[in-house]
Every structure is written in C-alpha cells, then in structure tokens.
Design a protein around this ligand. Structure first.
Ligand code: ZN
Length: 251
C-alpha cells in the first residue's frame, strides 16, 4: 500500500467512527480550480497591486471607482471558475451523511456550486453585494449589470450609494454570526478535516484548538506546514484532489 492509500484508509476509519465530522477549507482547495492563493507572491491578479491597499474598507470608502476597477476584474475571474473534484468530494460526503458542514475561508462560491448545503463562509462570498446606506442586497448578476451600466464602473444602489461586495475586506471584522456558527461546529466536531489551509490566519486558526479542547481529533490535508501538524491524527501533504478521492474510495 502506498503512503497515501495508507493514510486515506486511516482517515476513512476516523470519519466512519465519528458522530460529527466538519471540514474547514482554505485557499488550497480552490487552487486546482485555477484560483491562486493571493498570499503566494507573483500569482496572477494580485501581482501588480497591494491587496492590503486596494481591497481595504478604507479604499472602498475613499475611492469606490478605483476599488471597483480592481474588484470588477476579481469578480470576472472568479465567476468563470468551476468547482474541482475536491469540492465535489466534500459535497458527496455531506450527501452520504458523513459530513455535517463545511466552514470555508474562501469567497469563491465553489463549495456552494459543488452542492454543499451546510456551509459557513467566514470571509463572506462574492454571491451578493450590499448597500451600506440602506441595507439593500443585490445578487452577483445584478451587481455586474449595474457595474456595466455605470459610466464610472461603480455598481450603485437605487439610493445612489456604491455597493460593497459581501466579502470581508481588509480592515473589516468577520461576520459575527458566521464566526459563532463556525466555533459551535468546531467545538462539537469529533473530527475536524482541515483542508488547504495553513491554519495561520486568525480567527479561523483558532478553530482546531476548539475541536482539540473538546476532545475531538483533527486531520490536516494541506501542502506546506501548519502549526497543528504535530497534533494531527492524520497528516497528508500531497495533491488535495487525489487525497480526498483516495479517502472517498476507502470509505
Ligand atoms: Zn441603498
């Protein structure tokens, strides 16, 4: 048996034995869909801009036109992407009642598009944008149409205010309700599957602690080191698609 098959069999065993399994995913699960992790230098869209500057809530307020010039491109890139077989594997696990929920740091909608139902998007999603003045919410297609129709390329509410994507920008707090839900799920999980996340960005980095603190186990399927490698019941560091499919076939 190869190392992957061996570990996949062990992880499949843990999944079967657990009453509650929750997945926590980061940028690594969307890389096979062609979405580079913006924290890796020299990759695509973020190459010539400083995301801390342009995707910051202050930049949105100060210069919505510049903000949307950048964010419009980002939307366009993400709109075309399709879920990969790792997203589909998690959706399949949920359908088979082997996975309770997916908590994700990703804003790309790919878990949703793959069919995951119980989904917590702790950094929000590009699925909608909102008016900060009157609270009105607009679906992505409508936002794109409004952006195309505006001479300055800024999608606007009927009240005239620029719309803000429902994603957590730099300088913004995470949505409290989503975070509370994520913490409840992590604390109640017998097994937390950490996939494609370096587990370094807070507050998501605190979720494995909650699982471990309540007596649960964690498994890590991520390329590159994480602070939890030594306490993981299973540690896989190869291709995320191959590994999840190996786990599925071992179930
Ligand atoms: Zn409005």
């Amino acid at each position: 048996m190869s190392v992957t098959t061996d570990k996949a069999a062990r992880l499949a065993e843990l999944i079967r034995a657990a009453d509650s399994v929750v997945a926590l995913t980061g940028a690594g699960i969307s890389v096979p869909s062609g979405i580079p992790d913006f924290r890796s230098p020299g990759t695509g869209l973020w190459e010539n801009v400083n995301p801390m500057e342009v995707a910051h809530i202050d930049a949105f307020h100060r210069d919505p036109e510049r903000f949307w010039r950048f964010y419009g491109k980002r939307f366009q890139t993400l709109e075309e992407k399709r879920p990969n077989r790792a997203h589909l594997a998690l959706a399949a696990l949920e359908r088979e009642a082997l996975l309770d929920a997916v908590i994700t740091q990703n804003i790309d909608r790919l878990h949703r598009n793959a069919g995951t139902v119980n989904l917590v998007e702790v950094h929000g999603s590009i699925d909608s944008s909102s008016c900060l003045s009157c609270g009105e919410s607009f679906p992505l297609a409508d936002v794109r149409a409004r952006q195309a129709a505006d001479t300055r390329g800024v999608p606007r509410c009927a009240c005239g205010s620029p719309l803000k994507p429902d994603v957590v920008l730099f300088g913004e707090y995470l949505p409290l309700a989503a975070l509370a839900r994520a913490e409840r799920l992590a604390a109640g999980a017998d097994l937390l599957l950490c996939i494609g996340s370096s587990l370094e960005v807070h507050p998501v980095a605190g979720l494995p602690e909650l699982t471990l603190g309540a007596g649960g186990k964690i498994a890590i399927l991520t390329q590159g080191p994480t602070p939890f490698d030594r306490v993981a019941a299973v540690r896989m560091g190869g291709d995320v698609v191959d590994e999840l499919e190996a786990v599925l076939s071992a179930l």
